[in-house]
Design a protein around this ligand. Structure first.
Ligand SMILES: Cc1ncc(COP(=O)(O)O)c(C=O)c1O
Length: 455
């Protein structure tokens, strides 16, 4: 392992070892480096910061941090300020909703999206439907990749607004979907919404090389702190296509109650609802500085090295009979994938062990992993080979407030509906992986054949 990364673990993430944690949920959130929160606390202690929506000296100081953060975000993603704008949001979901609610969907236009998508992207189909646009899902192969994007795109209907949405990296399988799709989709008449939330924490997104119309990110996923700030990076000409369905504080140049008229801002301000998280924005600039100091190439290389180890270890595990102990969903090599690995533990009879059992054993061992379907139903349905009709029958049977995934699984004749997800980041090390593997081996030895559901 890289000496600099080892030193970072000692210096910036010492609390992990001090408290005995194996943290393997980087796709949920990165961990903040110690120096980032210390420096931010210092800045807050020595500054007097007012609401940026005014002209007082304290307000001006907050505005300076805001302006600097905007510039820093563009610079980090190598986006030309003449071409891209940054809209600060509460998180990636907030950025996606801004696009969904304001994109000019219309009858005849199409919202095209990969089955591999977070629910915060899936939900945009409701805006599309409300405006009479069609939604079409692009299916995944057994490897959780798209076989041919070219064939799926076809030609968008001319004269309409069409949107392709996909994750640069899957939050379920870790698959990195090709960024080359962006130019291809443009050629075929689509705008592109790139969900980069799970990609940018460990990979460089260079907006001087690829030009998606809209990109969403959450900063806590990149450097752990602050929570509550994300961004929509949008090409200026694409942002101009969006028509907001309302206005609020901070988004209008003028509004009148008397005559019910208003003048919206034209730039990023038109999309930033209410008071921004002005106390935390300076930490966004500092967090990006931190990643640049470490170097995204170093972060990527570190995560790739550990992912290779994790995949090697998991796929080598065997029961006494020689049967595999683990089923990995998606690619089992590091080719075209990031550090998110979804899998299930298998009993000696090959049956999936309930992921909640794995979660409980992990918690006991102070290992933080995630279980379930990770808000990514399309990748889960493909992984678990759930048939459309059967799933619909169970949905109809169970829909309502009593719906649980456990009941859904029973209805599907005990098919798994959840997986275990281990995800790696800058603060991960080999010992974290070994602890996970030891826990799985110990748990497998305790699970008798056929005893799949224990909780
Ligand atoms: C790929 C992807 N998109 C979107 C989101 C939503 O991010 P947030 O919850 O920060 O809005 C996540 C969060 O896990 C994600 O992994």
């Amino acid at each position: 392992m890289d000496e600099i990364v080892k030193e970072l673990r000692r210096r910036e993430f010492a609390r992990l070892d001090a408290e005995g944690h194996a943290y393997l949920d980087h796709t949920g959130s990165a961990l903040y480096p110690d120096s980032l929160v210390r420096a931010h606390a210092e800045l807050l202690r020595r500054s007097t910061l007012g609401n940026p929506h005014s002209r007082s000296p304290t307000s001006r100081l907050s505005t300076e941090h805001l302006v600097h953060a905007r510039r820093r975000v563009l610079e980090f993603f190598r986006a030309d300020p003449a071409e891209y704008e940054v809209v600060f949001t509460a998180n990636a979901t907030g950025a996606l909703k801004l696009v969904g609610e304001a994109y000019p969907f219309e009858p005849g236009s199409c919202f095209l999206l990969t089955a591999d998508n977070h629910n915060s992207v899936n939900g945009i189909r409701e805006f599309a439907a409300a405006r009479g646009a069609a939604t079409r899902y692009i299916p995944l192969g057994a490897d959780l990749r798209v076989a041919s994007m070219e064939a799926e795109l076809g030609e968008a209907r001319p004269g309409t607004h069409n949107l392709l949405a996909y994750p640069a990296q899957s939050n379920f399988s870790g698959v990195k979907h090709p960024l080359e799709w962006i130019a291809l989709a443009h050629e075929r008449g689509y705008d592109v919404l790139l969900d980069a939330a799970a990609f940018v924490p460990t990979s460089r997104l260079d907006l001087s090389r690829v030009k998606p119309d809209f990109v969403c990110v959450s900063f806590y996923k990149m450097f752990g702190y602050p929570t509550g700030i994300g961004a929509l990076l949008a090409r200026r000409e694409s942002l101009a296509k969006l028509h907001r369905p309302w206005f609020g504080g901070g988004t209008v140049r003028f509004a009148s109650a008397q005559n019910a008229v208003h003048i919206p801002y034209r730039d990023a301000a038109a999309f930033e609802d209410g008071t921004p998280n002005f106390l935390a924005l300076a930490a966004v600039s500092a967090g990006l500085d931190f990643l640049d100091e470490v170097g995204m190439e170093r972060v990527s290389a570190h995560v790739t090295e550990l992912t290779a180890l994790l995949l090697r270890e998991l796929t080598a595990l065997r029961h006494d009979s020689g049967a595999p102990l683990v089923r990995v969903y998606g690619p089992s090599s590091t080719e075209g994938r990031g550090g998110t690995v979804a899998f299930n533990l298998l009993g000696p009879d090959g049956a999936v062990v309930d992921c909640r059992l794995v979660e409980a054993a992990a918690a006991e061992a102070r290992i933080s992993i995630r279980t379930g379907y990770f808000c990514n139903p399309g990748a889960a349905e493909t992984s678990f080979e759930i048939e459309d009709e059967e799933a619909l029958r169970c949905f109809e049977e169970l829909k309502g407030d009593d719906f649980t995934l456990a009941r859904f699984s029973v209805c599907l004749h005990d098919k798994p509906v959840g997986a275990v997800r281990a995800s790696l980041g800058l603060s991960s090390n080999e010992a974290d992986i070994r602890r996970l593997v030891e826990m799985l081996v110990a748990l497998a030895a305790r699970v008798a054949p056929g005893r799949r559901v224990e909780v």
